[in-house]
Design a protein around this ligand. Structure first.
Ligand SMILES: *[C@@H]1O[C@H](CO)[C@@H](O)[C@H](O)[C@H]1NC(C)=O
Ligand SMILES: *[C@@H]1O[C@H](CO)[C@@H](O)[C@H](O)[C@H]1NC(C)=O
Ligand SMILES: *[C@@H]1O[C@H](CO)[C@@H](O)[C@H](O)[C@H]1NC(C)=O
Length: 374
């Protein structure tokens, strides 16, 4: 496959992983509707203990997932929502917004004490990473185009607009009204500009159809406020081929370019792709030599890097790329059922790590002759 991946600026490549992608993950430990003191204390311990070696900090990963899946749909910790058949407690009309507000304040508080107390001495930088699902209009009608922008506002602008401008997106303020907090002058000063880089985690895209404002769907909730119906399929064709074993990844590299251009158009800050990855279904009957032959992953990475290269050539400030994940891991929503790794984990053999074909390819690409690796 021929590519024209030319990165002229200093660009960081890597692979991300986590000790546990599960309810025990840091971001999910704290009751985000109540405040953030424990989170701030934990962050301070991390800066003190690891700051001499860690030069890139991500304060909170995917606040959207915490607020939407934890407080609206209730499928992630702390499992709160309005529907009493699935959640013992919660209020999807108010709590996601309270959690979102506190997540932003927690990030900004931690970023500010890093900036004042540690940054000069330690020389690191601070990021907040966001779930970057790209929403494509289902049709070319004005309604669907506005709905797609609204979905971007509700899921990415919810955090980006305060980080860049100190207030929530206009569409959210209009639709959520007094259920959405207003930043006080002090909070606005704290949150606005409280980062060095923005992390984007990109996996997939969706189509969005408008849901008319009247009659307003009941019950009132974050999901109803969006007035956007997102679908994988348009005219029976999915947005892209489905990744092996994953319930949500439909491979659509162009969406990465689109979301990067969206970020540039609306926010124009330095971006790191902090996650981008693809799965295969875990199946222990597959012979090992075959399991290690992940040509699909190499092509996935190449195609996404091409889109990043195109975005850079079109003026987007992308400064780094991290493949998710270095190893096959435990995923918060997919468990051990899928494999994301550049390295195969042999779960039956003392968790032995074996490089897949993609690990070798990525190594050569990052360290060696990039043209040749392509
Ligand atoms: C969303 O679209 C699907 C099919 O495209 C439809 O069945 C469903 O009722 C829609 N949901 C809403 C809330 O409009
Ligand atoms: C982006 O990063 C470059 C260094 O790579 C820096 O000079 C520039 O000021 C940054 N831009 C913003 C908006 O932070
Ligand atoms: C697992 O792999 C084997 C060998 O390739 C295949 O026969 C089987 O259908 C696969 N099982 C599933 C559940 O995909």
């Amino acid at each position: 496959m021929s590519t024209d991946l030319i990165f002229l600026v200093i660009f960081v490549f890597g692979a991300s992983t986590a000790a546990a992608q599960s309810p025990t993950e840091e971001g999910h430990k704290f009751p985000w509707t109540l405040g953030q003191k424990d989170f701030e204390n934990n962050a301070e311990i991390c800066f003190k203990t690891f700051g001499d070696r860690v030069k890139s900090w991500i304060t909170i990963n995917e606040p959207l997932v915490i607020a939407k899946f934890g407080y609206t749909i209730g499928v992630a910790p702390p499992g709160r929502c309005s529907d009493r058949t699935t959640c013992p407690a919660g209020n999807a009309a108010t709590e996601p917004y309270i959690a979102g507000h506190n997540l932003l304040l927690a990030h900004a508080t931690v970023a500010s004490f890093y900036e004042y107390q540690y940054q000069a001495a330690q020389g690191g930088h601070i990021e907040m990473s966001h779930a970057g699902l790209y929403y494509k209009p289902y049709s070319d009608t004005l309604f669907d185009r506005v709905a797609a922008k609204r979905a971007m506002d509700f899921e990415l602008g919810w955090f980006m607009e305060p980080l860049v401008r100190g207030k929530y997106p206009l569409s959210m303020r209009r639709l959520v009204k007094d259920r959405l907090s207003i930043f006080t002058e002090k909070e606005k000063k704290l949150v606005k500009g409280s980062f060095d880089f923005i992390g984007i985690n990109y996996y997939t895209s969706r189509f969005v159809k408008n849901i008319p404002v009247n009659p307003k769907p009941a019950p009132v909730s974050f999901l109803a406020d969006e007035h956007a119906n997102s679908t994988v399929v348009k005219d029976r064709v999915p947005v892209g081929p489905k990744a092996g074993g994953s319930w949500f990844i439909y491979i659509y590299p162009k969406g990465l370019y689109k979301i990067l251009k969206f970020m540039q158009k609306h926010y124009d800050r330095n971006i790191t792709i902090t996650e981008n990855g693809v799965t295969e279904k875990k199946n222990d009957s597959i012979p090992i030599h075959q399991a290690l032959y992940d040509q699909h992953r190499i092509e996935f990475i190449q195609k996404h890097l091409q889109q990043i290269s195109k975005a850079i050539n079109n003026g987007v400030n992308v400064k780094g790329y991290f493949y998710w994940s270095l190893f096959d891991d435990f995923e918060w929503s997919e468990g051990y059922g899928v494999r994301y790794g550049l390295y195969h984990i042999d779960y039956k053999n003392n968790l032995k790590r074996i490089p897949k074909k993609s690990a070798k390819w990525y190594h050569d690409f990052v360290t060696g002759d990039r043209k040749q690796a392509c």
